[in-house]
Design a binder for this molecule. Structure first.
Ligand code: ZN
Ligand code: ZN
Length: 415
């Protein structure tokens, strides 16, 4: 590939994103099965992904489309008692596919504000029911047993939220371009570019792992937070080898170095640096206080009810399962856009995640049972929700076991 990106037709650009999703995101193997979930608005893009998957040697590709309108209709017309129920058979089927060797691609792009006028109680019950049903499948994901990836495609409703002042068609085109750039597919050879990018993150990960910090100390506007790290924590980022031996990139784009915090050793206050879109609701200006790992005070200027319901889902929902460092110079941060989509916003700023920890971020973690993981400090929960705390005004220090601090980031940049 050596074409000038700007000279490509829109269809050729879509093809490139599809190719990177299949070859770099999944590294789909010949004869592998693939399960794709995607919004109905993305049919043209999904068809290109399917073509790339079969060209890569896939045997069976199954696409499960999700229709935002159908989701909304349920909230408007289903009886109240319906919201604790979910399609268990579907969740079972997806888990069975993963266990039999299928790869998984999630294509995001649903309307981030789809459920903004719906009852937070119903939304929370739906999320709990879905999370419970898909726990076996999610475990294969968080343990990185299979090769999986998430990519995004632009949809009209999402584009309107990102570019509220543009006419519809312009907004849609602008969001696609923003996705292409953030996903690093605009160079002459995007597959090679991704290899180079992955190696530069891998070097950072190696440096962080060599330090054996016991905690990270975040200081910024509204934030003075010490995040203790789990015993035997491992930093990760920029792709890795899944349990089936396939090297893949779980997120397109990805800019973060992340690890597992200690679920009982987080103290202080933290203010979000970006609003959060969670399952169709928008939560703004989050500010919380942690004591011994648990959130003891939580506020938001909008969506506070949703935030409180979220952290009450289970014991682990009010504790951290991930901490991640992202420099403010990442191309996504530099775009200055607020995407209202975690895949992008979490790669524009340092962040923390409430809920489930990644077992792969502990030495030998993928072979440990739940009790062994908990003993190391790894959190467990039905939820895993990232929210952004980093900015150009954030300082981060690594804390050694003896309490001494070493600057890691100053004003949002690596020291
Ligand atoms: Zn993350
Ligand atoms: Zn996360």
């Amino acid at each position: 590939m050596s074409t000038d990106f700007a000279a490509l037709s829109f269809d050729e650009k879509l093809d490139r994103l599809a190719l990177v999703a299949v070859r770099v995101g999944l590294n789909l193997q010949p004869r592998q099965e693939l399960v794709i979930t995607a919004p109905l608005d993305l049919v043209p893009f999904v068809r290109r992904v399917v073509e790339q998957a079969y060209r890569a040697g896939a045997h069976v590709v199954t696409v499960l489309y999700v229709d935002d309108e159908a989701t909304l209709t349920r909230y408007q017309h289903a009886p109240d008692e319906a919201f604790d129920q979910t399609a268990q058979w579907l969740a079972d089927g997806i888990a069975a596919a993963y266990r039999s060797g299928a790869a998984r691609m999630g294509i995001t792009g649903a309307n981030p504000a789809l459920l903004k006028d719906q009852d937070p109680g119903k939304i929370s019950r739906t999320n709990v029911a879905t999370s419970k049903a898909s726990k076996p499948a999610m475990e294969l994901i968080t343990r990185h047993t299979i090769n999986w990836t998430i990519v995004a495609g632009a949809t009209p409703a999402w584009a309107k939220l990102v570019f509220p002042d543009m006419p519809k068609t312009e907004a849609l085109a602008a969001l696609w371009e923003a996705i292409f750039h953030a996903s690093r597919i605009t160079g002459a050879d995007p597959v090679q570019d991704w290899k180079d990018h992955g190696q530069s993150i891998a070097r950072r990960v190696e440096q962080l792992n060599a330090k054996r910090f016991s905690a990270l100390h975040f200081r910024g506007p509204g934030t003075d937070l010490v995040v203790g790290l789990a015993d035997d924590h491992l930093w990760a980022g920029g792709g890795g080898v899944s349990g089936n031996g396939v090297f893949n990139n779980a997120n397109i784009p990805t800019e973060e170095c992340f690890t597992t915090p200690h679920k009982d050793r987080v103290n202080g206050t933290v203010a979000a640096s970006k609003p959060l879109s969670h399952q169709g609701t928008l939560i703004e200006n989050i500010a919380v206080r942690f004591e011994n790992g648990k959130i003891v005070e939580a506020h938001a200027s909008a969506g506070e009810d949703s935030l409180k319901k979220l952290i009450a889902v289970d014991e682990g929902a009010s504790r951290l399962g991930e901490v991640a460092l992202v420099p403010h110079s990442s191309p996504i941060a530099q775009s200055g856009l607020l995407f209202w989509n975690t895949l992008f916003d979490e790669n524009a700023a340092s962040h923390i995640a409430l809920g489930q920890a990644y077992a792969t971020c502990l030495v030998n973690g993928e072979h440990m049972d739940d009790a062994a993981l908990a003993a190391k400090g790894a959190n467990s929960s039905l939820i895993h929700v990232d929210w952004m705390i980093g900015s150009g005004a954030m300082d981060v220090a690594g804390v050694h076991a003896d309490g001494t601090e070493e600057p890691l980031m100053r004003a949002g940049e690596w020291v």
